[in-house]
Design a protein around this ligand. Structure first.
Ligand code: PLP
Length: 390
């Protein structure tokens, strides 16, 4: 049995998305930029996918630019806003300490181009205080970028309030909504945001495809130079099969969403309460303002990496933080930002659930994990010391 509990890293493409992918790859193979009938048919499919995606997030089709995924959408938003800001002498960018590396590393790169970056802190639950954002905004701030929901600890940020503060201050607001789109009800106009990034493979679409929403009236610079695709903003022949499949997956995610998310949240809560009965175990992230599928736990006295390997040998696919930090021995920057000391941050486990996970799988995890934690603590010199000082 394989229990797949790493849905924040990527999800299994749904049969509907796969069918859409194959259908378009085989049937609408024309280049949407070509003038002939197969090309024009492909263009129709492209624009239908754009309209469907726009509908799913409450946007206008002209506000949606396709990208190769969340990372590219984040890069596009940040680099474009920074460069346009620089032309007006605005060299200051604001973000938070718990962003994904797609944001943090882009900001680092922009720093080397002369931009100044302020990262607002989060509280112990991983929440950004909108008043902190207000305090750090300056006349030369070009952009604020705060994630919608955190990929490691699942905390959902108050983006609507932050968007309102930015609007009042006349500063652009971008949100990395890669973990939110397809999982939470979200309407870009209702939220009042200027730019939003998302990615197809996080909601049962294919990987290597995503989109950037840019509110009408907000300027965007081209990200890749070349042809006139995506209104000249993102050159290169569109990945039509993947775009069509992403639109199908997003539409599917909307069907019966409230019910699906309630089911996932119930599994999440069962796991959280079961795991917290293990001594010296802590929940990361906000208990309430939390993604429906996120279980993020720290176990004192063990190494997350060893835990992952042992879980894998028992058929449980999980993660110690984000997929990018798994495989690195540095503790997660997110866990450090919420105040976890290094030795506790090292013992982290992230289980991310989906509507396909079952109660039997949750019970299997709950039957399996305590024994592994006990075993690893039994061979851990750190745990021995902890017990002596207790
Ligand atoms: N932003 C967040 C919050 C993510 O969780 C991820 C992926 O894990 C990304 C950005 C990057 O998205 P992609 O894998 O589509 O490039």
């Amino acid at each position: 049995m394989i229990v797949y509990a790493d849905n924040a890293a990527t999800t299994k493409p749904s049969p509907r998305a796969l069918e859409a992918l194959v259908e378009v790859a085989g049937t609408f193979y024309g280049n949407p930029s070509s003038i002939h009938t197969p090309g024009q048919k492909a263009k129709e499919v492209l624009e239908a996918a754009r309209a469907s995606i726009a509908r799913s997030i409450g946007a206008d089709p002209r506000e949606v630019t396709f990208t190769s995924g969340g990372t590219e959408a984040d890069n596009h938003a940040l680099r474009s806003a920074a460069r346009l800001g620089a032309k007006k002498g605005k060299m200051h960018l604001v973000s938070s300490t718990i962003e994904h590396h797609a944001i943090l590393h882009t900001l680092e790169a922009l720093k080397s181009e002369g931009f100044e970056v302020t990262l607002v802190p989060v509280d112990g639950a991983g929440l950004v205080d909108p008043q902190d954002v207000k305090r750090v905004i300056r006349p030369d701030t070009a952009l604020v970028s705060i994630m919608y929901a955190n990929n490691e600890i699942g905390t959902i940020e108050p983006v609507k309030e932050i968007a309102a503060i930015c609007r009042e201050a006349g500063v652009l607001f971008h949100t990395d909504a890669v973990q939110a789109v397809g999982h939470l009800d979200l309407d870009v106009h209702e939220l009042g945001i200027d730019m939003l990034s998302f990615s197809g493979h996080k909601f049962h679409g294919p990987r290597g495809v995503g989109a950037l929403y840019v509110r009408k009236g907000v300027r965007l610079l081209p990200f890749i130079e070349g042809g006139a695709q995506e209104r000249g903003l993102r050159a290169g022949t569109d990945n039509l099969p993947a775009i069509h499949a992403m639109a199908a997956a997003l539409e599917e995610s909307l069907e019966g969403r409230a019910e699906k998310m309630a089911t996932v949240a119930a599994l999440r809560d069962r796991l959280i309460s079961g795991l917290l009965s293990i001594p010296r175990t802590y929940l990361n992230g906000d208990p309430d303002k939390r993604l429906p599928g996120n279980v993020s736990i720290c176990f004192e006295g063990i190494e997350g990496e060893s835990l992952l390997l042992m879980l894998d040998s028992r058929g449980i696919a999980a993660s110690s933080g984000s997929a990018c930090t798994s495989g690195s021995l540095d503790p997660s920057h997110v866990l450090l930002a919420i105040g976890r000391p290094h030795e506790i941050a090292h013992g982290s486990l992230r289980l991310t659930l989906d509507v396909e996970n079952t109660i039997e799988e949750a019970e299997y995890i709950l039957d399996t994990l305590p024994g592994i934690v006990e075993y690893l603590r039994g061979i851990s010199p750190v745990w021995e010391k902890l017990e002596q000082t207790a």
